[in-house]
Design a protein around this ligand. Structure first.
Ligand code: FAD
Length: 429
């Protein structure tokens, strides 16, 4: 199995390249975490910070999956919006869950700082012009109920900040931030090792078993015996546990990075912020310190090659910034997100001692830490707050076959977006 990172801006610029050994032999721990993405690392750290003994095994390398490839936008909340959570669970539970994500956001910030991972402040969530300006009410509500410090940016302020008329208005969050996600993942692994977590790379779990009240995790050259096992394999789960696999829809999404723009960066993004629009398959982008733009978007079940991806993402960027027509994309890549049908994380005990912490979709940089804290607290103290998520649960989604309806939904949303834009342009003309 190839255990190198894929080619991406992040793997090219990662701060260190420590390799961890593969597991060779039989070992014991109180908890064995399977998967070295943010969900697995957050779980391992939460347990180890309280002095618990943890082994983490990762099939490839720490942060090899979605966690080391993403947009690097760190903000509270979940893939499913607050409205959707409220409809399913009621207002009180929805508020509790959002507050958990605010705590986790603060924890990710502290851990990034503790690991020496650079943070850049500010994210701007935008309404496209064709959606009309609707974010003022949202800003007032979030500030009042959750004590956030969001600012409402009307159309004129948006045009000043971003050299485009694509947006109607925006909600600026000065407390959200951007990171180099592969450095964050690797930094969390270092913090975990500092708390005595034993991490093995190049070590896929190939099967699960039981042994006298304990659980066994089999790997190609070894075995872990543990009281608790946590599955944290995201969209790369494969067939390890049928129930988790069948509930996880792997959905691809893409990112590309331009050549350095120098002063031309000011022809597009004139303020230091990450930008994203509010569609499900949205455009999101941010300036990098070396004057490149990182651009992400789309959801798909296909994974085109890197050259084709550069063209696809470049075309998306030119729809917003046609002034960059002569700018090259230098590198492009994709990653699989694990989505549940309901778009909420799946965090629960499957059977006695077997946990899963998964399905964070496209909003996992903070939500994975909510999951890590909930699972760790349940293992250590029998805390049952994870049960708040039970109404969502491991809903059967057909596993990889679920990609087909997911692609249909994306195409229909994209067609709706296209139509709305055409109508808007016709009215404007
Ligand atoms: C391109 C892209 C852009 C994104 N942008 C953002 C963003 O800006 N902000 C945001 O909040 N979220 C974003 N997301 C979502 C976010 O990255 C994910 O929700 C989050 O990283 C999920 O973490 P995870 O640990 O569950 O999964 P992963 O990071 O995918 O980790 C799972 C790990 O499990 C390992 N594994 C799988 N099977 C086994 C096995 N049998 N044995 C051992 N190990 C195994 C895999 O190798 C992998 O390393 C983005 C995702 C992508 C793909």
């Amino acid at each position: 199995m190839n255990t190198d990172y894929i080619d991406s801006y992040y793997s090219r610029t990662r701060a260190d390249d420590t390799r961890r050994p593969a597991l060779d032999g039989a070992i014991e721990a109180e908890t064995c975490v399977i998967g070295g993405g943010l969900a697995g690392l957050a779980t391992a750290l939460a347990l180890a910070e309280k002095g618990r003994s943890v082994v983490l095994i990762e099939a490839r390398r720490v942060g090899w999956g979605a966690s080391g490839r993403n947009g690097g936008f760190v903000s509270p909340g979940y893939s499913l919006g607050l409205d959707g959570i409220e409809r399913k669970l009621g207002a009180d539970a929805a508020r509790t869950l959002y507050r958990l994500s605010l705590d986790a956001h603060a924890l990710v910030r502290r851990r990034a700082d503790g690991a020496g991972v650079r943070r850049e402040a500010g994210l701007l969530k935008c309404h496209l012009a064709e959606h009309g300006d609707g974010l003022a009410t949202y800003v007032a509500h979030m500030n009042q109920v959750y004590g956030l410090r969001l600012e409402h940016w009307p159309r004129a302020r948006m045009a000043e900040a971003l050299a485009t008329d694509r947006y109607a208005d925006g909600a600026y969050n000065p407390d959200a931030f951007r990171v180099h996600p592969l450095d964050l993942s690797r930094g969390l692994a270092r913090l975990a090792e500092g708390k005595r977590v034993r991490i093995f790379e190049g070590t896929p779990a190939t099967g699960l078993g039981r042994d006298l009240g304990h659980r066994l995790v089999f790997t190609p050259n070894g075995r872990v015996r543990a009281r608790h096992v946590v599955l944290a394999c995201g969209g790369y789960v494969g067939g390890l546990d049928f129930r988790v696999s069948a509930a996880t829809i792997p959905v691809a999404t893409y990112v590309a990075v331009t050549e350095p723009l120098g002063d031309r960066l000011k022809q597009t993004i004139r303020v230091s912020t990450g930008v994203s629009d509010v569609r499900l398959a949205n455009d999101y982008y941010r300036p990098l310190l070396d004057t490149r733009i990182l651009w992400g978007g789309r959801i798909s079940v296909f994974h085109p090659d890197a050259e084709r991806l550069k063209e696809i993402i470049r075309a998306d960027m030119l729809k917003v910034y046609p002034q960059l027509a002569d700018v090259r994309m230098e590198v492009a890549w994709g990653g699989w997100m694990g989505y549940a049908r309901h778009k909420m994380p799946c965090i629960a005990e499957l059977d006695d001692g077997l946990w899963h912490n998964t399905c964070f979709g496209g909003h996992g940089l903070v939500a994975t830490t909510v999951g890590g804290e909930l699972v760790a607290s349940a293992i250590m103290h029998g805390d049952d707050r994870w049960r708040m998520l039970e109404p969502f649960g491991l809903a059967f989604a057909g596993g990889p076959v679920g990609k087909i309806p997911a692609q249909m939904v994306y195409w229909s949303l994209a067609a709706g977006d296209w139509l709305r834009r055409r109508r808007y342009e016709a009215r404007a003309a």
